[in-house]
Design a protein around this ligand. Sequence first.
Ligand SMILES: [Zn+2]
Length: 689
Amino acid sequence: MAEKGNISRRQFVASAISVAAASSLPARSAFAKVIADAALPQTGGPLIDVPGWKDQGIENLAKSPHAKLRDIPVRAVTISGGFWGPRREINVTRSIPTMHDLLEANGRMNNFRRLVGKSTAAQSGPVYSDSDVYKWTEAVGFVLQSGDRPELRASADKLINEVVAVQEPDGYLNTYYQDDRKSLRMLLQTQTTGHELYCIGHMLQGAIAYYRATGDRRLLDAGIRFVNDFLIPNYGPAPKKPIVSGHPEIEMGLIELYRITGDKRQLDLAGYILRGDKRIELPERRTIYMFSGTPFTARTKMEGHAVRAMYACCGATDYYMETGDPTYLQTLNTLWNDTTTTKMYVTGGVGSRSDGEAFGDAYELPNFRAYGESCAAIGNMMWNWRMLAVTGDAKFTDVIERALYNGINSGMSLDGTLYCYRNPLAFDPSTGDKIRNTWYDTTCCPPNLERTFGSLPGYFYSTSADGIYVHLYDNSELNWHLENGVGLKVAQKTNYPWDGGVEITVTPAQASEFTFYLRIPGWADHAQVAVNAKGVLGATPGEYLPIRRRWSPGDVIQLKVEVVPQVIEANPRVADDTGRVAIQRGPLIYCLEEIDQPSGISLSDVAVNPGRQPAEQFQTEFRSDLLGGTVVLHHTGAVYERGDSEKALYSRYGRQAKTRKVPLTFIPYYAWANRQASSMQVWNLLLQA
Ligand SMILES: [Zn+2]
């Protein structure tokens, strides 16, 4: 989020302690009463609204000509229990309410109130502070799509009233560029570093999620007024004024808005921004950092600020889905290959450099110094979700799952109130780094995590012209319909990801022929599939298995993949991982925390001994009492005994270092840093044979 060099790790820590704990704040009692939707004036113009607001998914791809898959509504899937159920419940009962209080306590709402004389507080927070409020609103919107939560609804209603109250007659809305900063609005410098359009992009996404939950158009109409009254008449191709996206986000917002208004000017503006306004000349290092300002389709590699790059790719994929311009798809594939073959962590995190919060060079994937911002992993998931919609290719789902279970899930503490900004793959508490905090003054990641967990049911399935795709596995029920209108329920029973058995009951409203695309996870060695206990051939890891037949109510699909510990090595060009291995089990990456190991053992001296049958060298144990209930892995590894000669910085090659056996205990990476401060590492030395 930060401008290059603006935020150091030390500042994260400082900002984290700038605020009192949520428990010491005034109770959230003064909620405005819910305003009846029907009484609200609708001033944003007509919506094409096909399908209706209740039936739109995370993205509304119903009319997108170049999307192969269509989203299902978030409300169509109910996740109960299992792996994600408790996480989502904590998100609703702890994370979102405490974040509301923190936004209040840190002046984010007073920024709005002061403009209508309801607060005497000075403007507070960085240029992008309004986006925190909008991302929180989006999280609430997704949660409300899964069912009413009156208290959350009341909080959001009050907040939305306060936001729309400060919109100016010409449609402008941004609390930072008021008073003496009014003259800075949309100046070139502000467009490149001031996050005005970034904030509006988040406003549009928040407004749309809230609209899809409630039908309430107040925030949506404010967003439409900003876009249609302020932005489109004044900015764009000559003779309008130049426009550039200093932090991509507006592209996604404009295109999703287009999908519900049908106003092609919104799509065209997104396209204009993606092409880059030739009248704006910026230094190359700036357009690299922003991942914007030059033609998107001229890009050949991932570079610059990781979140910007990811959001730009999301917007470009959205643009492709609406226009079918093949140069976009070509560029997106090039960038995807570059990311996944040279620049992505095993956790699905991206953006390895702290400096500029940026992508590094190819294979530059340090562990201790890994940046891996939570927002960037989320951006990676959002982009792959869009590429999946374009293609139906399971390689994108594999990245979604990798990021979701690991580099995203690590971003929020198990109790839902502490967040990572960075998600390193090795950690040493003696550096003084406090990795999880309740609040960051740049608080982009926490509400981003909240909206991701809120929207999660919408990622489980897609429909296509010929059937339905299942992407993710957990105890859940889908209640939706095929694209031909036939009602369809799908129930999943599973202990995924702890084991690899999934029982899927398919219940169409009436017997119907269609294809059920069953995802076979890419990490699996092989998979067995049966329908009504009769084997189905052709299951290939990393692909969807198309099962076409006449489905009758109560048909059962059984999927079995072996979930066993796997020892993973990195490409030898990843210098930090040379001579090291990581442990994966199912979609979960594992790590060592020092507190789980025998005392006196330093993780930097520990080695893994995979033997000839690595899966047999690890014993699994489900620990219901540990870290919210988790499978730990026990392994007899080795520890290097640092004799005098091995203590030397350099010594002669060939001297055999002494080792002794040591019992090691691995936990899933997502659960690290939930107990006392402790060293952690994902990539462990490999015992030399
Ligand atoms: Zn962030």
